[in-house]
Ligand binder design. Structure first.
Ligand SMILES: Nc1ncnc2c1ncn2[C@@H]1O[C@H](COP(=O)(O)OP(=O)(O)OP(=O)(O)O)[C@@H](O)[C@H]1O
Ligand SMILES: [Mg+2]
Length: 449
């Protein structure tokens, strides 16, 4: 069996070989979940740098957390392949955050230097991989690239690809490697895939579609189990990498994560993280409490048409029953109530301000929690209905550019989803646990997500 935790860049499996062999300038690999898309793309990044001098390669994930995970793992690959870092030559200024990843025993192989502060890996031949996120796409502008790698392309907007990334490939005649799992036929990933299938565009675009089963590490029996939990269409999309008309669900796999019922009172001795989405008249205030030991949502409250004082009373009452840190929506009218909770509640209270970026980041986090079956939901009809209803809407911004936004269908509420997203964000945010969020890239043998 092969493991990425073993030293060196992993050897691609057969399916990944096909992906890596795609011809043309723009390569599009549409593959099932856990096929090994991220590993294949990361291998392509390292190979590109090692084969040619002065290559500027950017890794772009939808959110920073995903990009950082790949950064850690690629750094780990390159370090593990070699002996412990070599001391730098005397008199050379040492960057406290940079680690030389080099092995004199492998003199033929280029040497790598990891620059944590720049989120970059520098190759001794002048090539460099930088790790970015598409979270604030306009911040990506400016650089000229030889290779742009877009991971999880279904979660990156068409605007980012067309208006921000593609122009960065112009002056260096750069290439792009776009990998992802399908998200319906309206998505730009489908358009790109089709271009890759069209012989007229053979010189520039090429595409491939491969199912999860092409990853030899995935036991076939496990996939059968997933099939039971999912609708036929979800399964075909997620594991067989099919573009299905009308399937643009944001949260795939929710039903597989439902277990048990909500509790009136938290279990003794268990710490909970509660997400609190505030609303006053039309909108509901919703509280979701996630048990830290089981990652199961066990506490839930939803109320509206109350004045703030009554709301505060209800919130404190809930937090007493589900003790632990809270993440509170402090946007706009929520600010005063957040201040009160922070002042009067003895546990950690974190403010959440919903900028469009923060909102997307949190929803993508929640999406991945479901996709990876990391979160368990006690059965709560309203919450589950909201999760099922969440969809991708195509809208135009002020400049007339189309953007994709995740939201509840018009006229429906999103308070349950947002409070759950806050609880999950709280769970993932190490600061709330009094643990530093920067993990040591050399110790952490993370698995891609
Ligand atoms: N060539 C390889 N050698 C060893 N392990 C591999 C290889 N390719 C993939 N894996 C392992 O398979 C798993 C899935 O890989 P990866 O995260 O790249 O898949 P993915 O298609 O990007 O998944 P997701 O759909 O969740 O984004 C990981 O645990 C990874 O370490
Ligand atoms: Mg991946």
């Amino acid at each position: 069996m092969i493991h990425t935790s073993e030293p060196g860049v992993p050897k691609p499996h057969e399916g990944q070989e096909k992906v890596l062999a795609l011809p043309g300038r723009f390569k599009i690999a549409v593959c099932g979940r856990r096929f090994g898309k991220t590993v294949a793309a990361a291998i392509a990044a390292v190979n590109t740098c090692e084969k040619k001098e002065n290559q500027h390669v950017w890794w772009i994930s939808p959110i920073q957390e995903q990009s950082s995970r790949v950064e850690r793992d690629v750094t780990f690959w390159l370090r593990d392949r070699t002996a412990p870092p070599r001391a730098r030559s005397k008199g050379k200024k040492k960057d406290s955050e940079s680690v030389e990843i080099a092995n004199p025993a492998h003199a033929i192989e280029p040497e790598w230097t990891y620059r944590a502060s720049e989120h970059a890996l520098n190759c001794s031949n002048g090539s460099r991989i930088e790790f970015h996120s598409a979270h604030t796409p306009d911040r990506l502008r400016g650089a000229g690239l030889d290779l742009a790698i877009i991971d999880e392309a279904a979660d990156v907007s068409e605007y980012t690809w067309n208006t921000v990334i593609k122009p960065m490939l112009l002056e260096r005649q750069g290439r792009a490697f776009v990998v992802g799992t399908p998200r319906g036929k309206n998505h730009w990933l489908h358009k790109l895939y089709q271009l890759g299938q069209n012989p007229e565009h053979a010189g520039s675009y090429s595409s491939i579609r491969l199912p999860t089963t092409a990853n030899p590490l995935i036991p076939a029996n496990d996939l059968k189990n997933f099939r039971i939990d999912m609708t036929e269409e979800e399964y075909r999309q997620e594991f067989e990498a099919e573009f299905i008309d009308g399937v643009e669900t944001v949260f795939a796999g929710v039903d597989a994560c439902i277990k048990g019922t909500m509790l009136h009172q938290g279990r003794p001795g268990v710490k909970y993280i509660t997400g609190i989405d505030l609303g006053q008249k039309q909108n509901f205030t919703v509280l979701c409490s996630l048990a830290c030991d089981t990652q199961q949502v066990e506490g839930f409250a939803r109320f509206n048409q109350m004045d703030w004082r009554e709301q505060e009373k209800n919130i404190f009452d809930h937090l007493k029953r589900f003790p632990g840190p809270a993440v509170v929506d402090a946007t706009g009218v929520g600010q005063p109530i957040f201040e009160t909770i922070r002042r009067d509640y003895r546990d950690h209270v974190e403010a959440c301000y919903f900028t469009p970026q923060r909102r997307t980041e949190m929803l993508v986090g929640l999406q991945r929690a479901f996709a990876h079956r990391r979160l368990i939901l006690a059965n709560e009809t309203t919450l589950i209905a909201e999760l099922h209803g969440f969809a991708y809407c195509h809208e135009k911004d002020a400049g007339g550019l189309r953007r994709v936004r995740m939201s509840a269908p018009s006229g429906q509420h999103d308070d349950c989803v947002m409070s759950l997203a806050m609880a999950w964000y709280g769970k993932e945010s190490k600061a709330l646990w009094a643990v530093g969020s920067d993990r040591n890239p050399f110790i952490d043998k993370g698995v891609y997500g």
